[in-house]
Ligand binder design. Structure first.
Ligand code: C5P
Length: 240
């Protein structure tokens, strides 16, 4: 399953992580960012706190990436996706670690949704950046995080996902292995001169685009800025 190829503007490629605890804060940010960014990323914290009705409200302002990272047996993921796809988010994701059958079930759900006029793209999370080599060894994996990410990206590609969530440092290798049409959404982006905070392997927006990233996720450099709209505009300018 590949999304129809569209050439995206820099603005459309910018995804803002709404890591805030309440609908009130999220909607206030959405009002300031509407028309300035491509998507807002809603994670587990916000979705669990505010639920589907809130996502509908948000989607009326800015397209939403529902970052729920689903991971369960194939039937459960399929049914959870069928429920979530009623919101028609722009993007949704599952864990590649769920394996081929789970990924195929997720692809089936998204295909059925699109056949009915939906627009959602499906991404797979490769390896969480919180898992270093030691943590992977404890889980029984001999591979490095980078090699495992590549293997998971291949699996997601074979299953028919539209792309992966990965570090910008892995984006080029995944593009080489799976083709440039296989989307890569990369967090850990910091505009030049910005504070790195708790991110380890960051890249600037321009560097990440050069590595082949389709979408860049930026959180705190925008959401914690005194003027989030101006911060978003500066990053769009840097991307161009
Ligand atoms: O504030 P910041 O730009 O660091 O936010 C990045 C966002 O991307 C957060 O929502 C974070 O959870 C998410 N993320 C990440 N690294 C990953 C996967 C997701 O930073 N590997």
């Amino acid at each position: 399953m590949t999304t129809p190829h569209v050439s995206l503007t820099a603005r459309e490629r910018l995804v803002v992580a709404l890591d805030v605890p309440s609908a009130g804060e999220a909607l206030a940010l959405a009002d300031r960012l509407a028309g300035r960014v491509g998507m807002l990323k809603v994670g587990l914290e916000l979705f669990c706190a505010e639920g589907p009705a809130f996502v509908r409200e948000l989607q009326a302002r800015v397209p939403v990436f529902l970052d729920l990272k689903l991971h369960d047996i194939p039937t459960t993921v399929r049914r959870a996706l069928d429920a979530v796809l009623k919101l028609d988010p722009k993007l949704v994701n599952v864990h590649a670690q769920g394996g081929p059958a789970m990924l195929e079930a997720a692809v089936e759900a998204v295909r059925a949704h699109r056949a009915g006029g939906g627009q959602t793209g499906l991404l797979a999370v490769t390896v969480l950046t919180s898992l270093d080599r030691e943590a992977l060894a404890a889980l029984g994996h001999a591979a490095t995080p980078e090699d495992l990410a590549l293997a998971y990206a291949r699996l997601a590609h074979q299953a028919g996902c539209d792309g992966v969530v990965c570090s910008a440092w892995e984006a080029a290798a995944i593009g080489e292995a799976c083709g440039e049409g296989f989307h890569r959404l990369t967090p850990g982006i910091r505009p030049s001169g910005a504070a790195v905070q708790d991110q380890a392997r960051v890249m600037t927006p321009a560097q990440a685009l050069k590595q082949g990233a389709t979408w860049l996720v930026v959180g705190r450099p925008i959401t914690h800025a005194a003027d989030p709209a101006a911060a978003a505009e500066a990053i769009v300018a840097e991307m161009q």
